[in-house]
Design a protein around this ligand. Structure first.
Ligand code: DAH
Length: 441
């Protein structure tokens, strides 16, 4: 038998609680001015109630004898003794009830509005002075004892019910686990994350722009004037012309995000801008959609030396080698002046075992990695920045090829074939996000 089960039968103890309260009630009536001296008795059904009652009387008699108390004095002691013992009786009664609804019924029966314990208070106003300071506290103590007993039992039953449920619903730890398939981060996304971590460490924020651009952001603001032959360098996807003749396009590079960054904020500016770009190309090394990351720094004293150290440092971190030697070859981009392409030293290891693999940071070969330059004054001007006061550098690179180089993939096409075997092999666990301090790859 568990501790929460009763040793009392609810029917006799319920009767005892009723008689106990009735006894207190009729005793209190003796304090009324017109009290009749009727003999009252307490007939108990449980051994517990009998013992408690007897103890209260014995104690009261001792006190009355010692202190030579009169009739009311003795009665006061009896009531105090009964009040003191009610908690034991009420606890035992509460223990005999085995449901929350039975407890609720008991609460209503005894301390509800018309409850027997509550009704005792109807005498309070008429009591003669000798009982006044005793009866109030006696009633309060009994009521409090009853409430406590019911509440405690209720929590006990609720806890027991919860335990039964927990027991029944317990997980079977011996069952073999059901594996949920977990996706993997595409190498392109991994490289975006790695570059974002590296450049964040240098104070760059990440900027974004829409894939569907307009002519101004993709070309004009970047110093490709209308009709300029450089526009033909990009095989652009154009949308149908709008009523006014203008045509939206799929951005051909991430450089329009530079424009948006400069138009929308004031120098100093330090952003990188990863994104998808689109060109009409389709062969073994070109797909119509591919990925670039753009970088832009605008401030008052920015020069080519900053550009060089920033990029050299970034790529030795990216390839996780202590230093990378770099080479800047003059080039042409409409939006930078001067413009350059950056190569880094590498060893193509051609002819050796594992041929075709590229080792960065050593060897006698050069790997073209990005385009860059000092932002053209026309671009600054088009974006509302004074070229007399500010200068900037910018760079842009293809992320797909960079991922191929770092992670040893030699074919671009499977990148976009949604082949789960390929992504399982080349992908990255999504929770292993790269950080500069925690490790990139
Ligand atoms: N937008 C160029 C492209 O798509 C790449 C580029 C070159 C971006 C030089 C730049 C830059 O910001 O300065 O080929």
């Amino acid at each position: 038998m568990s501790a929460s089960q009763s040793t009392q039968d609810p029917v006799p103890i319920h009767t005892d609680v009723k008689s106990w309260i009735a006894y207190v009630g009729s005793s209190v009536q003796r304090y009324l001015p017109d009290a009749k001296t009727v003999e009252i008795s307490f007939a108990h059904k449980t051994e517990l109630a009998g013992r408690l009652f007897e103890d209260a009387y014995k104690e009261a008699k001792v006190a009355a004898d010692e202190q030579k108390l009169d009739g009311f004095g003795h009665l006061n002691e009896v009531l105090r003794g009964l009040a003191k013992r009610s908690s034991t009786l009420f606890e035992a009664y509460a223990q005999s009830l085995h449901s929350v609804s039975a407890l609720e019924e008991a609460r209503v029966e005894f301390i509800g509005k018309k409850g027997e314990l509550n009704l005792l208070t109807r005498y309070l106003g008429q009591i003669v002075p000798s009982g006044r300071t005793v009866v109030g506290p006696v009633f309060n103590d009994m009521k409090a004892a009853f409430t406590t007993a019911i509440d405690r039992r209720r929590s006990e039953l609720e806890l027991a019910a919860l335990n039964v449920r927990l027991e029944a619903e317990r997980e079977d730890l011996t069952l073999p686990p059901r594996f949920e398939p977990v996706g993997a981060l595409h190498p392109v996304m991994q490289v975006f994350e790695e570059l974002a971590a590296i450049f964040a460490d240098m104070g760059f924020a990440v900027a974004e722009g829409p894939d569907i651009e307009d002519d101004f952001h993709n070309f004009t603001a970047l110093n490709f004037p209308p009709g300029h032959p450089a526009r033909e360098m990009h095989d652009t996807f154009f949308m149908k012309p709008a009523a006014d003749g203008t045509r939206k396009l799929l951005r051909t590079h991430t450089s329009p995000i530079q424009v948006r960054a400069m138009v929308n904020s004031k120098p100093p500016i330090r952003v990188i801008a990863p994104g998808r770009v689109y060109r009409k190309d389709w062969d073994a090394t070109h797909t119509p959609m591919f990925h670039q990351i753009e970088g832009l720094v605008v401030d008052e004293t920015v020069h080519m030396g900053h550009l060089k150290s920033c990029l050299t440092d970034a790529f030795s971190r990216f390839f996780e080698v202590p230093t990378t030697e770099s080479r800047f070859r003059p080039h042409f981009f409409p939006f930078t002046e001067p413009s350059a392409e950056m190569d880094i030293r590498c060893d193509r290891q051609s002819g050796k075992e594992g041929g075709g693999e590229i080792k960065v940071g050593e060897g006698n070969d050069w790997l073209e990695i990005l385009g860059c330059g000092m932002v053209h004054p026309n671009v600054l001007r088009a974006c509302g920045i004074d070229p007399e006061k500010y200068q900037g550098f910018a760079f842009g690179l293809g992320v797909d090829r960079l991922a191929m180089l770092k992670y040893g993939m030699n074919d671009l096409r499977p990148y976009f074939e949604a082949d789960t075997e390929w992504i399982k092999h080349y992908g990255f666990k999504p929770w292993l996000l790269p950080t500069v301090t925690g490790g990139l790859s």
